[in-house]
Design a protein around this ligand. Structure first.
Ligand code: A2P
Length: 343
């Protein structure tokens, strides 16, 4: 089997580190791993399969020099905007974790359990986009239920962990908690978020748009339509919560046909990479602590609406750094390999 030269751009970051862990854990056909970051981290090393590998500086020419075939980008939108085209020009397939290319009509936006066939469009630009973390776990759940009941509308509230905003945001939560126990939380700084995140909730993720929704909320609307190839009504309220890892979502789904909660549970149980934890009698349901380091999306609290037969409520939790970023990116790479080896 052919093996591939893989670059991880942003290898010192929260998602980049997780990509290394996921590649380590699975049987990835890897010839060479090249961790890349800014000049700040170049020369430091990352641990991979028990060895230290030196981080190199991201430059325009590095992809050609290292003969990179797969480039996984998670170093922010502006870095992808500038450097992804150089990776693509060097012949690599770029799998981009940022929002920069997601809505470009020539760039496929892929969740492998939902729209793997869209990967075939990758050659238009050389780039495949990874959706937003909160979109990925949601559409994995929506797709099988849409096939069964014909989805019309989604109302979602998210409870998003600080790691979604990177390592410094995680550190900000920890520092503020330490400051709380030192009786100096009121002096604690907040840089990653507009407000204190410790012992708080912030109903704003990313900037507000003219329509009073945040950019994160509108990403969920636009990305869901693009991935499902369907105009679904969607209303999102995205909330940052004082959790380090694991996004949770309360979903209210309206269908064209009547739903049965037990049947919906069985449909989801049979769906790829979804695990059901739904035992109210024993207080068993998914929580952020359940999903850390896991590659599955956890679903529970599945119940019918009290008033309408075509409405279902459920609770979806996944590790945002894995399912919402690294695992999805690596699964796209695996699927791309599978498809390019067949053709
Ligand atoms: P560096 O460590 O050199 O700053 P996080 O999302 O956890 O904040 O991580 C962001 C990742 O993106 C880090 O690996 C960071 O590397 C990388 N990064 C940020 N800016 C650049 C840049 N201009 N060029 C290359 N890598 C960058």
């Amino acid at each position: 089997m052919k093996k591939y030269n893989v670059a991880v751009v942003g290898a010192s970051g929260a998602v980049g580190e997780e990509i290394l862990r996921v590649i380590e854990e699975i049987d990835f056909p890897l010839a060479k791993l090249v961790p890349l970051a800014s000049a700040r981290s170049a020369g430091n090393s990352v641990e991979f399969n028990g060895k230290e590998i030196t981080i190199k500086e991201l430059t325009e020419s590095i992809f050609k020099e290292e003969e990179i075939e797969i480039a996984l980008f998670s170093a922010g939108g502006s870095v992808s905007a500038k450097y992804a085209p150089f990776a693509a020009d060097a012949g690599a397939v770029v799998i981009d974790n940022t929002s920069h290319f997601r809505m470009d009509e020539d760039v496929p936006l892929v969740v492998p359990e939902v729209n793997p066939e869209d990967i075939a469009q990758w050659s238009k630009t050389g780039i495949i986009a990874n959706p937003n973390c909160s979109t990925i776990q949601m559409v994995q759940t929506l797709k099988p239920l849409d096939e069964a009941y014909d989805l019309l509308r989604v109302d979602v509230s998210t409870y998003q962990a600080t790691s979604g905003a990177g390592k410094t945001a995680m550190e900000e939560l920890v520092t503020q908690m330490q400051d709380f126990f030192a009786f100096k939380l009121d002096e604690s700084e907040h840089k990653s978020f507009n407000h204190q995140i410790a012992l708080n909730l912030i109903p704003q993720i990313d900037v507000f748009l003219d329509n009073d929704y945040t950019k994160e909320e509108i990403k969920m609307v636009n990305e869901t339509t693009k991935i499902l190839h369907k105009d679904v009504e969607l209303s999102a309220t995205c909330v940052r919560v004082p959790v380090l890892r694991g996004h949770s979502e309360a979903l209210t789904l309206t269908f064209d046909s009547d739903v049965d909660a037990n049947e919906a549970r069985e449909i989801l149980r049979k769906s790829a990479n979804i695990l059901i934890i739904d035992n109210p009698a024993e207080s068993e349901y998914p929580m952020p602590a359940t999903c850390v380091d896991q590659n599955e999306t956890f679903v529970g609290r599945i119940r019918k609406d009290l008033y309408r037969d075509n409405i279902l409520h459920l609770w979806v939790v996944a590790d945002n750094l894995r399912v919402g970023a690294a695992t999805n990116a690596v699964r796209i790479a695996q699927k791309w390999i599978e498809m390019s080896e067949i053709s």
